[in-house]
Design a protein around this ligand. Structure first.
Ligand code: GTP
Ligand code: MG
Length: 461
């Protein structure tokens, strides 16, 4: 894919007050623009050596007015982030000063960079592939250390290498198939359809293995959504607060306190877990509370795990049973709260009402059983999705969908082989599988997919 090789610029650090701010320029005109607006203290602008830091002034070339005292560096292509000539200006980190510098850079002929455009150029110029480009934003947005580790592995080409190996093996299979098409009569040993079928099967199973781990990958990257559900006053907001170790949600002894959805992230052994506190579910005439209950039910739809909460100090009520009905098909941990109070809840009755679920007893008020609950959440997740520590992981839906499509194509190839459908058909399917895998690294990807990926980046990256 080609792109306009114009020169782009952006403020790469977050806007606001900070020690320094960095303005980046990339493209054929980057050095010329730097020479126009940057006056080094000890040398002439044109004498700046690449990869050397110079102290000097940024001036407005129109008026000669000085804007800021900065450090500037030139980076010569192709040894740069974008593989183009680049300039970095380290200015004071203030909203006005950085914007003024950007303004003069733009007035000298640069164009404002779009989100992710520097990284996009790194991709288009072949410095990184598409999965590595995606990893850049995953590194920036990593919510936990574990997520960072996985993103870093991807950035360093872990996923690219894995996909590259698989594609190489697929190409070998394709060569076998094509040899069979070209010389069907020849008696070349090992080129019968049974051998090809075995080869395709092995590759398909390797892809399925990777796909299995992608659930874990998604959770490491995006986090797990956990909703706390229960009737009013059982202590949902108290649990949120003790998980966060801060008084985030309002807690009172009035049933129906929480009306809105409250969402916060906590880190459970490296998994970013989004905890959603909801309004207590009950029939109500209060208009505001009604909306709260509706929102609670919507959160239930989206959640991957439900903490279904009951009050140990009260008997099981009709309201509790109604909520149990709602979560029958959900992934649930039963939480019995208020165990510091005299027990009135009959656990047997509860277990009969919602059988086969893990039960954790806590006191949100006294902060007892909270670590056990976290452990139960972690175990529930790893039981479901497998270990989180296994090498390269597929973390994005885009990647797992591509692998899934490749698996389906290989399945069709296997079917054709079994039914002795002509080898040409088998070849078409295997070639398709190759292309689907190529989407991951960007070898065979559509332009609008690329656009959509970089649109999600921040400006200046
Ligand atoms: N003794 C005791 N009281 C608790 C415990 N957890 C919560 N409470 C009390 O129960 C009352 C209700 O707590 P909340 O956390 O507001 O309950 P909620 O489920 O969020 O209630 P709604 O928002 O109305 O649905 C408050 O008075 C809390 O202090 C606990 O573990 N032990
Ligand atoms: Mg509440």
């Amino acid at each position: 894919m080609d792109y306009e090789r114009d020169t782009i610029a952006a403020i790469s650090t977050p806007l606001g007050e900070g020690g320094i701010g960095i303005i980046r320029i990339s493209g054929d005109d980057a050095f010329r623009i730097a020479d126009k607006i940057f006056v080094p203290k000890k040398i002439k602008p044109g004498e700046m050596k690449p990869r050397t830091v110079y102290l000097g002034d940024i001036i407005d070339p129109e008026t000669g007015q000085m804007i800021d005292e900065v450090l500037a560096v030139k980076y010569k292509a192709p040894y740069t982030y974008t593989r183009e000539d680049m300039v970095e200006i380290n200015s004071h980190g203030g909203f006005t000063v950085q914007n003024r510098i950007l303004e003069v850079v733009l007035s000298c002929g640069a164009r404002m960079a779009e989100p992710g455009e520097f990284t996009k150029r790194a991709f288009l110029n072949g410095r990184i592939d598409l999965s590595q480009a995606e990893a850049v934003i995953d590194v920036i947005r990593a919510k936990t250390e574990r997520a960072l580790k996985v993103a870093m592995e991807q950035l360093r080409g872990g996923l690219s290498n894995l996909i590259g190996e698989l594609r190489k093996d697929l190409i070998k299979v394709l060569a076998h198939i094509e040899a069979n098409i070209d010389f069907p009569e020849d008696d070349i040993p090992g080129l019968d359809s049974a051998a090809i079928l075995a080869e395709v099967k092995v590759l398909r199973e390797r892809l399925e293995e990777i796909l299995k781990k992608s659930k874990a990958g998604k959770i490491v990257r995006e986090g797990l959504s956990v909703v706390i559900l229960g009737r009013p006053n059982v202590g949902k907001s108290s649990l949120l607060n003790s998980l966060l170790r801060e008084k985030r949600a309002i807690v009172t002894d009035i049933p129906g306190t929480t009306r809105d959805i409250i969402e916060e992230y906590i880190n459970i052994k490296g998994i970013p877990v989004k905890i959603v506190d909801t309004a207590g579910i009950r029939q109500t005439l209060d208009e505001v509370e009604k909306i709260g209950v509706k929102r609670a039910l919507e959160s239930l739809e989206k959640a991957e795990l439900v903490l279904l909460m009951f009050d140990a100090s009260e008997e099981l009520k009709k309201e509790d049973l109604d909520i149990i009905e709602l979560v029958k098909d959900k992934f649930v941990i039963v939480v019995i709260n208020k165990v510091d109070l005299p027990e009135k809840l009959d656990q047997k009755t509860l277990e009969e009402a919602i059988p086969g679920r893990n039960i954790v007893k806590i006191s949100a008020l006294k902060e007892e059983g909270i670590d056990e609950l976290k452990e139960a959440i972690f175990r529930a997740v790893t039981n479901k999705i497998g270990s989180l520590d296994e090498g390269v992981m597929v973390t994005r839906a885009r990647h797992s969908q591509a692998i899934k499509k490749a698996v389906d194509a290989l399945k069709r190839a296997e079917e054709a082989l079994v039914k002795s459908i002509p080898m040409e058909v088998v070849a078409v399917e295997v070639r398709e599988a190759l292309e689907f895998l190529g989407e991951i690294t960007g070898d065979t990807v559509e332009e609008d997919v690329i656009r959509a990926i970089f649109e999600n980046f921040c400006i200046g990256k």
